[in-house]
Write a protein that binds this ligand. Structure first.
Ligand SMILES: [Zn+2]
Length: 435
């Protein structure tokens, strides 16, 4: 295979025999007794109620839901994640997506949306809803309803150390920012989320918030820090528009805004917009900036609704929010199948985890290379997998793990498959040469 003209050392191999055979899909049982479950509407403001809901869901739907802890809050509450997928106990060759809520504890509707999504997908899977089935069968969807359970318990924005967790992530973390901790990731909640990203290898992340005013509702893309052409204070900020997938990030955000419906909230649709985060207001140390800058994860913040400090008396509002944004959220998640992915192993066939990946657009034509402005940077996950949502085209991919380096030229197809030397696969296997 002539796929290694840059260095001649990597051995890109397509493991067609395994990875291209459709993975066994369970038949939908077709009928299901749901019993008397807790509901998102009655528990979305209370961490104990949410815990009960998640334990119930994992118990009720064990073949598609797996519940795990990603760590503990500063006050000792468990931070839960659920994985929704067929064969949830197995790391499959499928794009991994994260949806989360309540990084701010007074924005309970994000937790409520997360629970509504779990409810819809689990029930949808059992009744044969094709949209639910497509997500369960083709993706590994992870949902963290509450990143900040201590804040949720008090209906407060900050965690129990008075830190804003969405200012505590380690990319463009800035000493002058308010309530951002003494250093990046010095809070157990943000470091737990960081470790979960590095384990799961998310290609798409949706961080759900709410805002006090109609003027703030919408979906926000990169970057939260800086983000305009003239804000060239750091390469990280200035790089925003030169990411190889920046136009696609804008398009998917605009699609979300267009897919939002009014659903009985008359002024809602006219306000709901897509913007770069910093064009609303700049902030430093956000989860979404870290995820894109370090993991290559296409990341958005969604300001779901103009209200904070919800109670269960807002159950009807949660229903409206879900109805208005259900289709937009499902469509966005489905786009995780775009772009390129793969699995990195060593010459013995063992997964190479935590390798730094650089994906560079081959035909950018920009004059300021070798600065990394045309590149996405990411990491292989704990099973050696990686995925980037990016546009079709020719790319150069480079893997670095310690002293081992591998490179290849690849072509990304429009439907999310990758060609190395002419053969397309959704998750080609790359073999990292020995040092
Ligand atoms: Zn928020």
């Amino acid at each position: 295979m002539n796929a290694s003209k840059h260095c001649g050392r990597i051995i890109p191999v397509l493991i067609i025999s395994i990875l291209l055979i459709p993975l066994s899909c369970e038949e939908n049982p077709g009928s299901k007794t749901f019993g008397d479950p807790p509901t998102p509407e009655t528990c979305f403001c209370d961490p104990d109620g949410i815990e009960t809901y998640l334990e119930w869901a994992a118990d009720e739907y064990p073949d598609i839901i797996q519940l795990r802890s990603i760590g503990m809050s500063e006050s000792g509450r468990t931070i839960y994640a659920v994985k929704l997928s067929d064969n949830p106990e197995t790391a499959e060759a499928e794009p991994a997506v994260l949806v989360n809520g309540a990084v701010h504890g007074n924005e309970q509707a994000g937790a409520g949306m997360a629970l509504k999504l779990i409810e819809y997908l689990a029930e949808g899977w059992y009744i044969g809803d094709p949209d639910a089935a497509a997500i369960i069968e083709n993706l590994e969807l992870h949902i963290i309803p509450v990143i900040n359970p201590d804040g949720l318990a008090l209906s407060g924005r900050l965690n129990s150390n008075d830190v804003d967790l969405n200012r505590n992530f380690g990319y463009n973390w800035y000493t002058e920012e308010d309530n951002n901790g003494d250093s990046a990731f010095d809070q157990s909640e943000s470091s737990a989320v960081r470790d979960d990203f590095l384990t799961q290898g998310y290609c798409l992340a949706v961080n759900m918030h709410t805002t006090p005013n109609y003027s703030g509702i919408g979906i926000y893309g990169p970057w939260d820090a800086f983000g305009t052409d003239t804000d060239s204070l750091t390469p990280d900020g200035w790089a925003a528009k030169y990411l190889p997938n920046y136009a696609l990030i804008e398009q998917l955000g605009a699609d979300y805004a267009a897919d939002v419906t009014a659903e009985g909230i008359a002024p809602f649709k006219q306000y709901f917009h897509y913007l770069e985060g910093a064009d609303w207001y700049p902030l430093y140390g956000s989860m979404t900036d870290w995820a894109l800058g370090v993991c290559g994860t296409v990341s958005y913040s969604v300001e779901l609704y103009p209200k904070q400090n919800y109670t269960t008396a807002d159950a009807d509002t949660l229903e409206l929010i879900w109805s208005a944004q259900k289709a937009a959220l499902l469509n966005l998640i489905t786009n995780a199948e775009l772009g390129t992915g793969g699995r990195l192993t060593d010459t013995s066939g063992a997964a190479v985890t935590g390798a730094v990946i650089t994906l560079t657009a081959a035909a950018s034509g920009r004059s300021f290379s070798p600065l990394p402005y045309d590149a996405l940077t990411g990491r292989t996950d704990s099973d050696g997998y990686f995925r980037f949502i990016t546009e079709a085209g020719d790319y150069h991919i480079k893997f670095v793990s310690g002293t081992r380096v591998g490179e290849a030229d690849i072509t990304v197809g429009a439907s999310g498959e990758t060609s190395i030397g002419g053969t397309y696969s959704a998750f080609p296997e790359y073999i990292l040469p020995d040092a």
